[in-house]
Ligand binder design. Sequence first.
Ligand code: NAD
Length: 479
Amino acid sequence: MSSVIPNRPRIAVIGTGYLGTTQAVCLAALGFAVTAMDVDQDKISSLRSGLLPFYEPGLPELLQETLRTGRLQFSTEFERSADADVIFLCVGTPQSADSSAADLHFLDAAIAEIAPHLAHKCLVVGKSTVPIGTANRLRTLLQSAAPAGPLVELAWNPEFLREGHAIADTLRPDRLVFGVTSEWSLRVLRGCFAQPIAAGTPVIATDLATAELVKAAANSFLATKISYINAMAEVCEATGADVNLLAEALSYDSRIGGGFLKPGLGFGGGCLPKDIRAFAHRAAELGVGHAVVFLREVDAINQRRRQRTVDLITEMACGDLQEVKIAVLGAAFKPDSDDIRDAPALDVARMLHQAGARVTVYDPRAMPNARKSYPELSYAPTLASAVAGAEVVALLTEWEVFRQADPAVLGALVERRNIVDGRHALDAAAYQAAGWDYRALGTPAGPPARLLEPVMPEPARLSQPVVPEPALASAIEPV
Ligand code: NAD
């Protein structure tokens, strides 16, 4: 890895959580000199010594590599922002404690920390997810508090990375959205992301409000797609139809596509749930709440999947969860992450525990976080010890290790071969062949509903005319 490339802007990153650390490490890997700052002394000490305080595949190695080059530094001293040409704001914007609005006090504090040190022309770039109008407000705050005044510009560059794929999503994003107020800001941002842009990443240069809205709209669309297929799962449950085959059939329609059309326990994490709520809240403040009123239902459908999973597990336990031993596989809100913010798996585990079940949780990465937030639950050190003696096994986060588990081997460990596949991640037929009672949300109990494999037309038949022959045509005429 080369050292700092001359004439490149010096970069500061404020906030070293999932987003900020990834951003700092990736920019250092691209050749920039980066100083990343946080108010959390423990986090900064850990990062400084090359230890990532969260799990993200590939990031520990890249962190250590970039630290060795000397291009990446970590600090709790915000006066270090004085040396930077570009300052990325990556602090959290969680849901407020008392409403569905976004809590912006971390952003306001970050502006207050850096502004007094900004005595030369520089660009502050917000990456956190924020309600529309935030950037404009922060711009005024910043320019009035910074010694350099209006020489300090503000831009918004919303982030779309997915935990578990954070490096690839940062170094080669699907698109870059730059909300700017000047040609100069746009040029500086283009310089920071020159490599992904040269590799073909499209750039959308726009105003601040549109940039903020792109992020809210993207997350709302993704959440809606998930809740749409889960709403269909509810209908399937009432009719005996199979949501997996329904989703597959829909996915072949190129206007719909298969992405985010996976039925199951629904979404969670530190982004989608709070982002759709904050968006609905902000839209109402702006007098257009009616335009996104559907987001309330998207949220409600998502929450209902959690209760439905508990109901399905209760059915398997013959209607009574008291003292029933349940193995919960998964705690993180998604695989390849240790993030348990609003994790559906842990919410379900908590509900089962409250209903009197004896719940044992196992997750390959998220156990330390889960233990801290849910001390009332029991945890097992391995998959095998989690399922040992279980009367119901519930797969709630689709880690690869759970997909790969042998149903016969697991079957030998449990008390009863009952499994609820909350993520449609397992091979239902293989579990049934191994003697398991396999249940999943939105699919009927018993053998899978696929009766025939899809049949591709033979080449000879493909060359036949599409227009029916006269005899056949009359046979299919409406009577
Ligand atoms: P996080 O909670 O992991 O990290 C936030 C960090 O900011 C913490 O380390 C915290 O100590 C620090 N912080 C708080 N106040 C500070 C201050 N005044 N000065 C300096 N540091 C401060 O959150 P995250 O997941 O990294 O998310 C950050 C933002 O990025 C949020 O707006 C989120 O919605 C958005 N986002 C996150 C992801 C993701 O996958 N995590 C993806 C896209 C967008």
